[in-house]
Design a protein around this ligand. Sequence first.
Ligand SMILES: CC(C)(COP(=O)(O)OP(=O)(O)OC[C@H]1O[C@@H](n2cnc3c(N)ncnc32)[C@H](O)[C@@H]1OP(=O)(O)O)[C@@H](O)C(=O)NCCC(=O)NCCS
Length: 164
Amino acid sequence: MPAPAELNIRPMTQVDILAVVTIITEFSVDDGRLAQDYYEQYFRSGGHGDEQNHVATIGEVVVGVTGLYPDKYDWPGILWLNWFYVSSSYRRRGIGGSLLDFTIKTAESLGCRKLYLDTSSDSDYAAAVAKYEKSGFVREGELRDYYAKGDHYLIYGLSLSADG
Ligand SMILES: CC(C)(COP(=O)(O)OP(=O)(O)OC[C@H]1O[C@@H](n2cnc3c(N)ncnc32)[C@H](O)[C@@H]1OP(=O)(O)O)[C@@H](O)C(=O)NCCC(=O)NCCS
C-alpha cells in the first residue's frame, strides 16, 4: 500500500523522544525502557559517526521511527538499522515501507556497503521480518535460544554495492 501523501520523514529531535518511546512502549515495555535510555544518551552525546535517527510524521503527529548506527568497531562500509517502529494505529498503510526505503537510501548515500539488522524469531516480529525480506534483506545469521528457549536472535543483511 502506498504511504499517505501527507507523510513526512525528518530528523528526530529531543522533543520527539516522548512520542517515539510511547510508540515503542506500546509494543514492548522493556524495549520502551531501553529506547528511552538510548535516545537520551544519543541526544546528550550528539551521536557517533553515521549514527542518526529519523521520525515519520503526519501533520504534527509522530507515527514512526527509524535510524542507523555504525559498526561498534567502526568497521568501514557497515551500518546497522536502529529502532524501527510504526505506531500500531498507523500500520499497514505503507509507512514502515517508506521508512525502510528512506533508511536504505540514506545508508547508500553514506557509502554503506552492507546494511545489517537484528530481530527475533518470535511471531510478534513476523510483520517486520516479512517487510525486511520484501526489501531484499537476507537472513545471514541465527543465535539459537538467545532471547528464550525457541526465541532466536536473527541477523539480516542487505548488500548495497556490487562488492557487498
Ligand atoms: C514492522 C513495522 C514497522 C511495519 O510497519 P507498517 O507501517 O505496518 O509497514 P507497511 O505498511 O509498509 O507494511 C506492512 C507489511 O507487513 C505485512 N504484515 C503485517 N502483519 C503481518 C504478519 N503478521 N505476518 C506477515 N506479514 C505481515 C503486510 O502484509 C505488509 O506487507 P506489504 O509490504 O506486502 O504490504 C510495524 O509492523 C511495526 O512497528 N511492528 C512492531 C515493531 C517491530 O517489530 N519493529 C521491528 C523490530 S526488529
